[in-house]
Design a protein around this ligand. Structure first.
Ligand code: HEC
Ligand code: HEC
Length: 376
């Protein structure tokens, strides 16, 4: 896609603004979760206010839903059927025409959305139990025959272990990363490394982290340095092509990058933590903590049962047709001045264009950061 074409898509699809411009500049260097605290909610509120039919041209079944849910739902449908946007949408030359109904799949999808909404409403008291993925499982045409040979069915051994409390899990985590002093020390950070694109190419990366709302990020894309800065509720983007203030969606993204770097400090005002059972991440047994976020989002934290370290967080956005997940994996924990930190952070989305892998080679704590670097 050329930039000109990108701009045209952007004008019709406001939600894609951040995503496409950001993508053209940052490739995979995108922020992770879409949540980073109360201020985000204000930014988000502005984005969420408009309904789908106010923002887009040809909405027939998704009427009344917040426009901000369009993108997660489209990603969700694509991933559920194992297709790209082009399976349902028309692209003329370089230009997407998302409002057109020329493709049969798009019309079928409308019927399917309506069916899914009706099933949940009429059969499951409005709970989202039936989703595109329930039937499709990554296939255009759902399978109707169970595969052979059948796996051996085993009785699940009942666990006799007592459930840990959220407080115990968090205490074990704090201990694991080096205790309360470590959390204090890790409050400011300088991280150097590379951002690895899906094609394996890597780009030098440097991040200065002062707090959840003060972070600066530099990526060398080829010879072109690209800088993003977040300072409180405003942010700036600078590259050879751009030098401008960030919009609210971009700010949301960089805030969530900051959130993914911050050592967890889960306490008030986030009191709705519950124990969520046990699951494996790779071959590690994990304790899970769940937390409800505003905006129909939920987060699950996976802590290594033995070491106590945070291995994964998954942020789920609920939509009426299914859940759109974002996953952040923390790998390669190493000791830096008595603080345990992940040297590899992997972020995965249903929309693989935005998945990212950051590998750090140097992390320093307690660095003195010139406050001017966060300014425009
Ligand atoms: C399985 C089919 C399907 C796939 C795949 C799909 N969409 Fe859609 N899309 C739809 C349907 C159906 C609508 C209309 C919904 C309605 O009428 O309420 C729609 C509407 C839209 C609209 C609103 C257009 C307008 O102005 O009315 C945009 C934008 C959009 N999709 C973007 C995308 C993007 C981006 C992707 C890929 C990530 C994607 N879609 C993948 C079926 C699909
Ligand atoms: C209850 C099961 C079920 C659910 C839920 C469901 N589908 Fe389907 N879908 C089917 C079946 C079965 C077919 C095949 C129908 C046929 O071939 O006539 C199908 C076909 C389709 C097709 C046509 C594919 C092709 O290759 O012809 C599209 C597009 C589609 N579904 C989209 C969706 C979307 C989007 C959702 C979620 C909003 C969804 N479906 C939810 C069962 C389901």
């Amino acid at each position: 896609m050329t930039n000109g074409a990108k701009r045209r898509v952007v004008s019709s699809v406001v939600l894609l603004i951040a995503i496409s411009i950001f993508a053209s500049i940052m490739f995979n260097e995108r922020a992770s979760a879409s949540w980073a605290g109360a201020k985000v909610e204000q930014d988000n509120a502005q984005v969420a206010e408009q309904t789908m039919e106010q923002k887009f041209k040809n909405i027939q079944v998704l009427k009344g839903l917040p426009a901000a849910q369009l993108r997660p739902m489209m990603n969700y449908m694509s991933a559920s059927l194992g297709v790209t946007c082009a399976a349902c949408h028309v692209k003329t030359g370089d230009e997407w025409e998302f409002d057109k109904d020329d493709k049969k799949n798009k019309q079928t999808a409308r019927k399917m959305i309506q069916m899914t909404l009706d099933l949940n409403k009429n059969q499951f008291e409005g709970k989202v139990e039936i989703t595109c993925y329930t039937c499709h499982q990554g296939l255009g045409h759902p399978a109707s025959v169970p595969p052979l040979p059948r796996a051996m069915q085993r009785e699940q051994a009942r666990s006799t272990q007592a459930f840990p409390t959220p407080q115990q899990i968090l205490a074990q985590y704090t201990q694991a990363i080096g205790g309360k002093e470590a959390v204090e020390k890790a409050k400011t950070r300088m991280l150097k490394g590379v951002s690895v694109a899906a094609n394996g190419q890597s780009f030098p990366l440097e991040i200065q982290f002062e707090s959840a709302d003060k972070v600066a990020l530099n990526v060398e894309l080829g010879q072109t340095p690209t800088t993003q800065k977040l300072n409180g509720s405003s942010g700036w983007l600078k590259s050879s092509r751009d030098d401008r203030a960030m919009d609210s969606v971009e700010i949301l993204k960089i805030k969530s990058l900051a959130w993914s770097l911050e050592p967890l400090q889960l306490k008030e005002p986030y009191p709705r933590l519950t124990f969520g059972g046990w699951e494996k991440v790779g071959d590690r047994d994990c304790n899970i903590l769940r937390m409800a976020l505003p905006d129909k989002r939920r987060v699950r934290f996976y802590f290594d049962k033995e070491t106590g370290l945070l291995l994964r967080r998954v942020i789920q956005t609920d939509t009426p047709i299914g859940t759109d997940p974002e996953q952040i994996d923390y790998e390669d924990y190493r000791d830096v001045d008595g603080v345990k930190v992940a040297f590899t952070i992997r972020t995965s989305y249903l929309d693989t264009n935005y998945s990212s892998l950051r590998k750090f080679t140097e992390i320093r704590h307690g660095v003195k950061i010139e406050s001017s670097i966060f300014n425009k």
